[in-house]
Ligand binder design. Sequence first.
Ligand code: PLP
Length: 351
Amino acid sequence: MMVPHYRPSFSEKELKAVQTVIASGYIAQNGQVLQLESVLSGFVGKKFGIAVSSGTSALILALKALQIKPGDEVIIPSYTCSALWHAVKAVNAVPIFADIETESYNLDSADVKNRISHKTKAVIFPHMFGQPGYIQEVVSLGIPLIEDIAQAIGATINNRPVGSFGAISIVSFYATKVIGAGEGGMLFTDEPAADSYLRDLREYDEKDNLIPRMNAKMSDLTAAIALSQFKKLPEFTEIRRRILEEYKNILGEYMILPAQNPNLRSNLFRCVAIHPDHNADQLIQTAKAEEVNVRKPVFKPLHSYLPGITLKNTEDAWQKQISIPLFPDLNASEIETVLNFLQKIMGNHND
Ligand SMILES: Cc1ncc(COP(=O)(O)O)c(C=O)c1O
């Protein structure tokens, strides 16, 4: 049986949480949403949390809150989820791609700096694969910053939680995320004005004026699952840590994420590796034959859809990097299958 790249880790607790919401008779945005907002804003170190329907709608709302206008430029990485590009296009702004650095594989502040023009109005900084990057260097460039912790909630930079650095931060609760609730997202801010603006904009009904608004609300069913998953986060991280140790024994220095930097502490969401002799496509084929669903950490760099852009570190990472199954629900026999695959590809490279 093929080891999947990811599978949600649910128990009776999520079932019970959903049952309680159904029995309450209030399944849309209600008390569970409020509770999730309060718990998570505290966790990431921001005053306010605003729950929404997805990470993408959170990004769109964040851009609106920063008053990004048509024609404004927003700097984003190319080595990321395409949601960032879609969000920037949704407000008719212009995505400008910057390259990544080769320690955390997140935005390179020097390259971001090079791409700033008089039209630059925001930077979106995702901490990819659970690995925090050098976001403080980007904060110091003085451009309004959206911090994207869709993959990194729980990670820290010098013991400070990711999500606390952006003017606005966002997270996703998509099924395969650290806190997986099917769909869903949240924005975080310290600004009371942004909090009221975002709460108003996420729902259109029963308003005193007619301005363009959205239905980007989260349901209490989703919030109940997210709360239940959040409570398990320490346990999930500990299981991931134990599995990673076994992978590391075989991969050695070829396990490149989580990075070995105690100041940039990953939440251990993904295990990313390279091989000294084989590229990602070759490794994915070998993995398939060994019944392991290994993937590229990013489906396709965003700039590669467009002509005439070269981003060296991004292209290099995409050609070489693989993401190895790492999730709390992996059972002993699946871990064994993954270890056999790693043994096969590494041979005596780390002897
Ligand atoms: C870094 C990052 N940002 C944003 C998103 C978008 O979140 P959603 O799928 O909830 O819209 C994702 C992926 O899902 C992501 O990986």
